[in-house]
Design a protein around this ligand. Structure first.
Ligand SMILES: [Zn+2]
Length: 431
């Protein structure tokens, strides 16, 4: 590649990245694969003795005064403008997160190209500045930085042997660069729409001795329930308030013996725990509790759903799809109390019909003869109040506490008099 005479004595870069300086006025900054923007040759860098940038992995980034080079993917970005204090003019800045599979770092890009930088774009960055903020490295792209498009194949090759092992219990959102040894507890394929594209995502549950984590895999690793696997190249994101392990085409999955990993049947059949404990942990992927139904939360009973997105429809309006013909559905939001605490159990139509013993059609017939939905809810509560249930499922956490999406609900037969006494005591406590 010619035109690399920057005054540095550096060897040529291994790859002719389309060189895009971030900020030079007049430069054509089109971030399209293969396109090379005319690059002004800087007369001199601010540091005459600037060393050759050394390609590094984000995990090894340290605050330094010498420019670094790396290849990373934009995983999040946001464009805004800041006001210069000196003259009040506005200066565009793009900031977000970059990841190369070994770590995720924040970036700040002053005077970015006008074109949209999309999430997923892989960039080769030469001459970025690295600073430390609260003990974590951050990179800044300035006029000295050259940026070009790169292909995902240029991302650092992960030598899985050198990635540290972690356990599920100490994984945190936005973490990556770890290996896990887990048992596949559940897995299933689901088709989703991403933008305009239909894609298959494999969702499930993985477990080790320390806990369980939800899985979302964008590649088919042929996972089967019960097998033990060693996973590398995944990352953790927060999904509905719970950590989720995301795998993509760069992740690797290897079958292992896994003798010391829990048995899925055992994990899913674990004895119920106290609701207080489940609340303390903010829910969980394989929660089992047992308690009495002490109430129903709205909306319970007959609800109307958007035919497209299944959100509940209010006065014929879906908040995404506008005016729609709502389709009737039956649901219940049960408050389950075990004496240590209470949580909400959301039951779908089949579960509600089973528990209540009334079908959606029957409930609709009742509604026609007594057109007051609150009566339906009252009748449902009457039938369910004081029922002892053992519920297993996924527990998520928000400001209102833990909500359980059941995988199984079992009615526990009990001494009715004792239950009535227990219930009145519970209800008394809750007043
Ligand atoms: Zn809708």
């Amino acid at each position: 590649m010619t035109g690399r005479g920057t005054g540095r004595t550096s060897p040529p870069l291994s790859r002719p990245a389309p060189a895009l300086r971030s900020s030079s006025v007049g430069d054509k900054l089109l971030l399209r694969p293969g396109e090379v923007a005319p690059r002004a040759v800087p007369t001199m860098t601010a540091e005459p003795s600037a060393q050759a940038p050394v390609e590094t992995r984000l995990r090894d980034l340290r605050a330094t005064t010498s420019p670094v080079e790396f290849v990373a993917r934009v995983v999040a970005c946001e464009r805004r403008e800041v006001t210069r204090r000196s003259d009040g003019s506005r200066r565009p800045v793009l900031s977000g997160l970059l990841s190369d599979g070994t770590a995720t770092v924040r970036f700040t890009w002053w005077d970015p190209p006008r074109e949209e930088i999309e999430k997923g774009t892989v960039l080769r960055v030469v001459g970025a500045e690295v600073r430390e903020y609260r003990g974590r490295p951050e990179v800044t792209f300035s006029w000295k930085t050259r940026l070009g498009l790169a292909s995902p194949a240029e991302l650092p090759r992960l030598d899985t042997e050198e990635i540290p092992f972690r356990t599920i219990e100490d994984l945190r959102p936005s973490e990556e660069g770890f290996r896990l040894e887990v048992r596949v507890v559940r897995v299933g394929a689901k088709t989703v729409t991403v933008g305009t594209e239909r894609r298959v995502v494999y969702e499930g549950l993985l477990a080790d001795r320390t806990g369980a984590i939800a899985l979302s895999a964008w590649s088919d690793f042929g996972l089967k329930v019960g097998e033990a696997v060693r996973i590398a190249g995944g990352y953790v994101r927060a999904f509905r308030g719970r950590p989720q392990l995301v795998l993509d085409e760069r992740s690797s999955v290897v079958r292992i013996e896994g003798g010391d990993l829990p048995d899925p049947a055992q994990l899913l059949a674990a004895p119920p725990r106290s609701i207080a404990e489940v609340e303390d942990e903010g829910g969980g992927e394989a929660v089992a509790v047992e308690g009495l139904v002490v109430g129903l939360l709205p909306p319970s009973g007959i609800v109307f759903r958007c035919p497209t997105c299944h959100r509940s429809v209010r006065s014929g309006i879906c908040r995404v799809h506008g005016q729609v013909e709502g389709q009737p559905d039956l649901r219940a939001r049960l408050v389950l109390d075990d004496g240590t605490g209470a949580l909400t159990v959301n039951t779908n139509r089949a579960e509600t019909e089973q528990l209540w013993g009334v079908t959606l059609e029957e409930a609709q017939a009742r509604l026609r003869s007594q057109p007051d939905p609150s009566l339906i809810e009252e009748q449902m509560l009457e039938a369910l109040l004081g029922r002892r249930l053992r519920v297993r499922g996924v527990g998520t956490h928000d400001d209102f506490g833990v909500t359980l999406t059941p995988e199984s609900i079992d009615r526990v037969d009990i001494d009715l008099d004792a239950a009535a006494e227990e219930l009145s005591a519970r209800l008394g406590e809750r007043r």
